[in-house]
Write a protein that binds this ligand. Structure first.
Ligand code: NCD
Length: 457
């Protein structure tokens, strides 16, 4: 049951030859920095590049609302000399008639377009689309999961404002639970060696799955920090603090004594993502923060950049717009040159040098029997995507630790069965270790195993 989805050959994971941009992990740091340099060239004169992608067509498929992301992609493609086709309302697309995402992207990526930009409400939907489309797929936001091109804009803005990313102190504020821009940005900042202070609106803390991935994949250390008075952002002075390059931490919170964060390079504010909340409980009793320049007069905010992916609702006052520290409109403007650079790269029109994103060599486990992703919003649990079985990267064999390849949630299955004998063992048992990896079947609990006809001796 260990499989290789892209190739269906043996038990190793192979990756497709085309380059998609579904997660911020799909580009390595060197490639991202090269995209910034290319975007700088484009930005000098946005009108000078109409030969770059002449003859190519971009399809924007947006099943959720968008202003900046879709229009900046379309503007970027037109500025590169390419064409654009667009379907922007789920209810008028054939999805409303029951067409699967897989079929839609197979058709659009067949002869209609050379690249697809997709926004969808299911977490992991863009990964599904990338599997089925022949052309590169860019994730323009998949539910509350990731929004990697917004992260390119965010990092590019930081890089231009501060001249570097490594070593910066960045505060992430607001709805850290549901903001996909926060999740992709947190992964990227951890990878580039910045420090992150998470200061959520109470009840909207950064998901554990995001912190776990930063720890496991990049050795980030997660601790508590004293951030002092962050006026208007939170009544709490305590933040979850993520610092780079401290490998092999065992527990989620490694430090009981809080560290102190004195200088703040950027505050990244987000709106309340009401459309993703299950209820208003918890967010009604307290006022959502609103930032104004009068709150940021202490010397430690002198060089702070105030960022926001937009749209803003009330969480940054209009008074801030004229303050030189407010960079959110510059951030939105940089979305065009950085997306031009990304499109030109994925369409093979520019060479970023001999660097390639490191491809995961971890084994994959794929089975329609037994273990399912525990994230209800994962695309593998969506009624509309019944054709995609759950699939996990195996992070650790015994006791097993698996990560959903679509939404990134980790799971520790309690039981392991043998595919042929249907015999069941505890995940950490020696007998489980003796089952050949490609014969193992994982289960969350006894009930799930029994339902599949597996049992203990
Ligand atoms: C963000 C999104 O859609 O996730 N917007 C954007 O793309 N700039 C942020 C948001 O909607 O709050």
């Amino acid at each position: 049951m260990v499989s290789s989805p892209e190739s269906s050959r043996g038990n190793l994971a192979y990756t497709e030859a085309k380059r998609d941009f579904v997660s911020i992990d799909d580009l390595c740091n060197a490639e991202i920095l090269n995209l910034f340099r290319l975007a700088d060239e484009y930005n000098e004169d946005l009108t000078a590049w109409t030969a770059t992608c002449a003859g190519s067509i971009l399809a924007t498929l947006f099943f959720e609302p968008s202003t900046r992301t879709r229009l900046s992609f379309e503007s970027a493609m037109l500025r590169l000399g390419g064409g654009v086709i667009s379907a922007t309302q789920g209810d008028v697309m054939s999805a409303a008639k029951g067409e699967s995402l897989a079929d839609t992207v197979r058709v659009v990526g067949g002869r209609y377009a050379d690249l697809i930009v997709l926004r969808h409400s299911d977490e992991g939907a863009a990964r599904v689309a990338a599997r089925y489309a022949e052309v590169p797929v860019i994730n323009a936001g998949d539910g509350a999961h990731e929004h990697p091109t917004q992260t390119l804009c965010d990092l590019y803005t930081l890089w231009k404002e501060k001249g570097r990313i490594e070593g910066l102190e960045v505060v992430l504020a607001g709805d850290l639970k549901h903001s996909r821009t926060i999740h992709s940005l947190a992964f990227a900042l951890a990878r580039f060696g910045a420090s992150i202070a998470c200061v959520p609106f109470p009840g909207l803390e950064i998901p554990r799955s995001v912190l776990e991935r930063m720890q496991r994949d990049w050795g980030a250390e997660v601790s508590r920090a004293e951030v002092g008075d962050l006026p208007g952002i939170s009544a709490e002075k305590d933040a979850v603090y993520v610092t780079p390059h401290k490998p092999h931490q065992q527990s989620l919170f490694t430090s009981i004594t809080p560290q102190h964060v004195d200088s703040i390079d950027a505050i990244y504010m987000t709106r309340l993502q009401r459309e993703r909340h299950e209820s208003d409980a918890g967010t009604e009793s307290q006022r959502y923060p609103s930032l104004a320049p009068s709150q940021f007069t202490q010397p430690r905010f002198r060089e702070t950049r105030v960022m926001h992916p937009l749209p803003r609702v009330d969480e940054i006052s209009y008074e801030f717009d004229g303050d030189p520290r407010a960079v959110y409109f510059r951030q939105a403007a940089l979305g065009v040159p950085i997306r031009m650079a990304l499109l030109a790269f994925l369409l093979g029109r520019v060479d970023l040098g001999p660097v390639h994103a490191e491809r995961s060599s971890s084994l994959r486990y794929c089975s329609s029997v037994g273990l399912r992703c525990a994230n209800r919003r994962c695309v593998t649990n969506s009624d509309a995507v019944r054709y995609v079985p759950p699939e996990f990267a195996i992070l650790r064999e015994i006791p097993p630790l698996l990560r959903c390849v679509f939404c990134g949630w980790e799971v520790e299955p309690r039981l392991v069965g043998h595919q042929s004998s249907k015999r069941l063992h505890r995940g950490n048992a020696a007998d489980a270790a003796r089952i050949r990896p490609d014969r193992r079947v994982y289960f969350a609990d006894e009930a799930q195993a029994e339902a599949a006809g597996f049992g203990q001796d």
